[in-house]
Design a protein around this ligand. Structure first.
Ligand code: FAD
Ligand code: NA7
Length: 531
């Protein structure tokens, strides 16, 4: 065993969540903390997802930390949305500005974390052979981080270059190449649109077509930036009391309460303005909850696909027929990409992928599509995917995999019964929102709870089983009031064969979530056991 050190807290993950957690515990509470990340740099999502076209679809002014006014004033906002290099450079700046790097150990994966009941400490093992101990562990492992590379027959036989978008290397060259993309989710639509002009030929293997609206990216004016910076207090107050936390006020108008003409005008305005969450939540209040309202939105987007895509057969293949109830997408010209002569769309639901061959992909009709490069834009084992890769054991050696065998659960999205002093940032059944404000909410709450334990000289805190069961039921009931469970997507675990198809989010919004957290705290941390 090399390098055994005792820490007050060990944090796993150096993205938005882990870095802020380090700052809170080290700088405000004076704790001895170390962050571990298997990545070679800080930034989490934005370190790994370097594929062409990678962009946050949360607007720049709210895709950042809110906790330091000086940092907000110094933020360099030039475009309505931030690209991956811009976000990565922002997070690298945060690491430098607050001197976080000396306490972040990179290139170090955590393989196991076991709670020792006799010492009330966590023993944490790394893939570099170290074992450390800590009173507290915080898992900031990311909810869209464990890549999903489907086990398609012959996958490893492909002789060309292949990449998953969530583990994208520097320096990939496209010129003159025949490229295939599997997957047309948020990532697939971004990468397809970005690379189409630079490749010799692009074949898109589409299993499910997507509803997408324009993102509306572009430069912002000096006035826009000045206005944002002047009003940040109000902006964050609104964001933290809103539902989706995207920096706009959600509509309160039901779609069917206005005339068809007015409805179309509202959709048209939203289409011109851009933004997927804006289209779903700023237009009308019931697109995600009422089938008729949802149908109106579907029909509008389908009519746009028909207008944009010149070949009616291609347009037909691109039109989803199911509910508009996955994470709402937006794009920079996705549908128009299919008007390019070098882009071919294959419907692999109608004509499934039979196998990957050394030369490309063979579809069930027997055609081999020859490729120089294959891109898996096939998403993530979302939410609990990184948890089940670590051997996490709580009281009585109980493995988290067993604890979650019927689907992952939590109390308040952050804690589990029988896992004392373990806190999750963006764990299962946390808020479904623009994520930095939810991450901050959780980090601040965890930090206060740790401070409470230490101030009272206590050994452990953990939720009761009853509290965890009750929160799980709350999340199920809320999700059941929406249309989201009726669409198959990663939000409910439907994208991974064999994964529990269950509720993974608290869908009542950030404002309601924050109220729940304050209520729990003001009741003396109701639902928690202290020892
Ligand atoms: P992450 O940034 O995912 O960081 C987790 C870190 O944990 C990673 O660096 C990983 O290497 C590390 N880790 C995991 N397991 C281990 C282990 N066993 N040992 C050591 N280290 C480990 N959210 C939005 O709100 N708006 C958006 O527009 C948006 N766009 C996105 C676009 C893409 C392409 C993706 C993939 C995600 C997007 N997200 C978006 C979600 C995004 O993940 C969050 O906004 C945010 O970056 C999450 O931060 P985090 O710190 O919680 O986790
Ligand atoms: P998503 O949204 O899970 O999309 C993955 C895509 O890959 C989707 O089109 C899938 O089709 C497709 N897929 C997955 N497996 C296969 C196989 N075996 N064959 C063919 N096609 C397949 O992941 P993203 O990375 O795009 O986005 C995830 C989130 O990250 C996003 O919401 C942002 O928040 C950032 P399917 O729809 O399952 O039929």
């Amino acid at each position: 065993m090399k390098n055994t050190t005792h820490f007050d807290a060990i944090i796993i993950g150096a993205g938005f969540g882990g870095m802020y957690m380090l700052k809170k515990l080290r700088d405000e509470q004076g704790l001895k903390v170390r962050v571990f990340d298997k990545a070679g740099g800080v930034g989490g999502t934005w370190y790994w997802n370097r594929y062409p076209g990678a962009l946050s679809d949360t607007e720049s002014f709210v895709y950042c930390y809110s906790w330091d006014k000086a940092l907000l004033q110094d933020m360099h906002i030039t475009t309505r949305y931030l690209t991956q290099p811009q976000i990565l450079s922002y997070l690298e700046h945060v690491a430098d500005r607050y001197q976080l790097r000396p306490d972040i150990q990179l290139n170090t994966g955590i393989t196991a974390a076991h709670f020792n009941e006799s010492s009330n400490t966590w023993e944490v093992m790394t893939d570099t052979g170290e074992t450390h101990t800590a009173k507290f562990i915080v898992t900031a492992l990311g909810l869209l981080s464990a890549t999903n590379i489907p086990n398609i027959k012959g996958r490893d036989s492909f002789q060309g270059e292949w990449y998953h978008t969530g583990n994208w290397p520097e320096g990939v060259q496209f010129e003159g190449k025949r490229v295939g993309v599997i997957g047309t989710g948020s990532t697939g639509t971004q990468v397809i649109t970005a690379i189409a002009p630079n490749v010799a030929h692009l074949t898109v293997f589409q299993r499910s077509p997507q509803y997408s609206v324009p993102v509306g990216n572009g430069p912002v004016t000096a006035d826009y930036v000045a206005n944002v910076k002047k009003n940040y207090d109000e902006i964050w107050e609104q964001v933290k009391s809103s539902v989706v936390a995207f920096g706009f006020k959600e509509s309160t108008v039901p779609a069917m309460s206005v005339s068809e003409e007015e409805r179309k005008a509202v959709f048209q305005k939203a289409w011109e303005n851009g933004g997927g969450f804006r289209f779903m939540f700023e237009t009308f209040c019931d697109i995600a909850t009422d089938e008729q309202a949802n149908l109106a939105a579907q029909n509008f987007i389908r009519s746009k696909i028909a207008e944009i895509v010149k070949d009616p057969e291609v347009a037909r293949k691109l039109m989803p027929k199911d509910l508009y109830a996955k994470r709402p997408l937006c794009d920079s010209g996705y549908y128009a990409t299919y008007n390019r002569p070098n882009v071919k769309l294959l419907d692999v639901k109608a004509n499934p992928i039979a196998e990957i061959t050394p030369k490309g992909v063979r579809t069930s009709d027997g055609v081999e599509h020859e490729l120089d490069m294959l891109i898996f834009a096939t998403g993530f084992d979302a939410v609990d995917g990184n948890y089940t890769k670590i051997d996490i054991r709580g009281r009585n050696g109980l493995s988290i995999k067993d604890h979650w065998k019927t689907g992952p659960t939590s109390y308040l999205g952050m804690t589990n019964a029988n896992y004392p002093n373990m806190f999750m940032v963006l764990g299962p059944n946390g808020p479904f929102t623009n994520l930095p404000p939810s991450i901050e909410t959780q980090v601040e709450w965890i930090s206060e709870l740790i401070s409470e334990v230490n101030a009272k000289d206590l050994s452990t805190v953990e939720p009761t089983k009853a509290a965890e069961a009750s929160w799980t039921k709350t999340c199920q009931d809320i999700a059941g009031m929406t249309l989201f469970p009726k669409a198959e997507s990663w939000i409910f675990g439907a994208n991974i064969p064999g994964k529990s198809n269950t509720v993974y989010f608290y869908m009542a919004g950030l404002g309601a979530y924050r109220q729940q957290l304050s209520a729990v705290k003001s009741e003396g941390y109701q639902g928690f056991l202290f020892q």
